[in-house]
Design a protein around this ligand. Structure first.
Ligand code: FAD
Length: 510
């Protein structure tokens, strides 16, 4: 092998998403004289900016897509190589990339993220949304669409159905209420009216700097900063980019071909049973029934000619322009598994211990690709979110450093309490601890305060102690509730007064 295709680094991080970039930055700053490599399939990296620690565990930040040169300028010992990993030889401590590079490492961190779990592979009418490319493809298809079917009940589906205008949206959720991943039926009830209202005007500016790459000409312009060994080349769609985050739809118009604002119909407790192309549909027995029963509820949505039809488990069939599959992600582990001995979790993630170490020596993992395999604090659970990708990447970097320096390191405080701050349907949403009573079964008591169109506050108590909370709207309760959850104070004597809007709870527990 020619010498210039072989490289050796003390630390190698795979993945230019939040987890990988944070990990690489941590290592590069802690070991200024060690060579650190960040290997990534995408030409742009994700950088955390405007980081704000809102309370002990709640954090907020923006994410910018940046050319990799920005990282290399900031850390002279950090080299960004744009080339997808195709094979890992864990025993030999070697990675092979699609461009024929062979990279040797002392310590490796895999942060290759996930890819959308698609309802159907290779069906041109089924789209997943993960990165900038797929969001742009979605936008392009939407601009000509009159009706789409959105399948899924997580954060992406929630945002999508709220943001799309000018197109009828059929939203198939497998649960009895919307947003089941994030909150309960009460909160869903609070949010549902927003789907019938016009959306408030948004500020025209986009807070995330976005670099677009549209073929060779545009890529040339980017080559100055693209870094790595493939400057000037455009990325194939099969090579995954980094996952988008909360503001992925800002700056792109999510407008269909019709002159309507919101038009969302929710199909509860339903999943997709079968997808028919136009041709298959005409030949199927279903089309015969529809011909006869087209005026019934079950088949009224199939009238007209559509490129694709989705038959749901509730018996209804919908013709539409395309289907959005927003049913979660599958960890991107494939290039790393062959010939190695990784312990995998049930969700196919690389299982990591409380030092973010996989079961293979000197290999760590962080972000969407990994699954926390340690016994977690009773107030924390893993969710594949931006904040956790940052926290895991940062902590993995510290653990790798501690491993090299033979130092001991304690599980970071951020894994003590689950906390997440986001926006749904234009409301601020804060989730704390066991916000949905996860794992508590009947052993929980709920207190709820709700003012329609203004706020929804839910507290989860068990044995008189607060274990979780959902705060929707400008409640200003997050810090106080976070403290009450962390200090596990017995709140039995306060009863329902805890949510009495006339009591200034902040002063009360000061
Ligand atoms: P990724 O960002 O997926 O990065 C993986 C990186 O690995 C990429 O750079 C990719 O190019 C690289 N890679 C993959 N395979 C290889 C390979 N073989 N060789 C080299 N490089 C490789 N989270 C929130 O907290 N709030 C939200 O509101 C929210 N909204 C979201 C909306 C959308 C549309 C999506 C898709 C996700 C959303 N998320 C949200 C989730 C959040 O974006 C992810 O959890 C987080 O970005 C994961 O970061 P990561 O670094 O682990 O992975």
């Amino acid at each position: 092998m020619a010498a210039n295709t072989e490289k050796t680094f003390k630390f190698v991080v795979v993945g230019g998403g939040i987890a990988g970039v944070t990990c690489a930055e941590q290592l590069a700053s802690q070991f200024p004289s060690a060579e650190v490599a960040l290997l990534t399939a995408a030409p742009l990296i994700k950088a955390v900016c405007n980081f704000k620690q809102i309370s002990k565990t709640l954090e907020e930040f923006d994410v910018e897509e940046r050319p990799s040169s920005v990282l290399e300028e900031k850390y002279p010992n950090l080299r960004v190589i744009q080339s997808a990993v195709k094979r890992l030889h864990a025993q030999q401590h070697t990675l092979q990339t699609v461009d024929g590079l062979e990279i040797h490492y002392e310590k490796l961190c895999i942060c290759s993220g996930g890819r959308p779990k698609l309802l159907a592979q290779d069906n041109p009418y089924v789209l997943g949304i993960r990165d900038t490319d797929s969001a742009q493809e979605f936008q392009k298809r939407l601009s000509k669409a009159k009706r789409i079917v959105v399948v899924g009940n997580g954060g992406i589906a929630l945002e999508l159905v709220y943001e799309v205008e000018g197109c009828e949206v059929i939203w198939a959720v497998k649960d009895k209420a919307i947003g089941n991943t994030f909150f309960d039926a009460g909160a869903a009830q609070f949010l549902i009216p927003s789907l019938d209202k016009d959306k408030p005007e948004r500020a025209a500016t986009c807070k995330r700097a976005r670099y677009t790459i549209e073929g060779p000409a545009a890529t040339q312009g980017l080559a100055v900063g693209a870094g790595g060994d493939r400057q000037g080349q455009s990325r194939g769609l099969e090579e995954p980019g980094s996952a988008l985050g909360p503001d992925w739809h800002e700056g792109i118009s999510l407008r269909g071909a019709e002159e309507v604002s919101h038009r969302v119909s929710v199909e509860y407790q339903s999943e997709v049973k079968q997808i028919y192309t136009h041709q298959d549909f005409l030949l199927s027995p279903l089309s015969f029934f529809i011909f006869i029963f087209s005026s019934t509820v079950l088949f009224s949505h199939t009238i007209g000619s559509w490129p694709v039809y989705a038959q749901l488990t509730n018996g209804k069939t919908f013709g539409c322009d395309f289907i959005v599959s927003a049913t979660g992600v599958v960890p991107n582990t494939e290039p790393f598994l062959h010939g190695n001995n990784f312990a995998l979790a049930e969700d196919s993630g690389l299982k990591v211990d409380d030092h973010m170490m996989t079961s293979e020596p000197d290999i760590y993992a962080a972000g969407d690709v990994c699954t926390a395999g340690w016994e977690p604090s009773h107030l924390w659970q893993q969710m594949r979110l931006w904040t956790q990708a940052r926290q895991m990447g940062w902590y993995a970097g510290r653990c790798m450093a501690a491993g090299v320096l033979s130092e001991t390191i304690e599980l970071d405080f951020c894994f003590e309490l689950f906390s997440h701050i986001t926006k749904f349907f234009n409301y601020k949403v804060v989730l704390l601890g066991k916000f949905n009573g996860q794992g508590l079964g009947l052993n929980q008591e709920l207190l709820v305060r709700c003012t329609k169109g203004h706020e929804y506050v839910k507290v989860v108590l068990s044995g008189g102690r607060m274990l979780g909370a959902v705060l929707i709207g400008e409640t200003d309760l997050e810090e106080t509730f976070e403290n009450l959850i962390l200090n596990q104070m017995d709140l039995t004597s306060y009863g329902e007064e805890l949510l009495n809007p006339n009591i200034d709870i902040e002063d009360y527990f000061d």
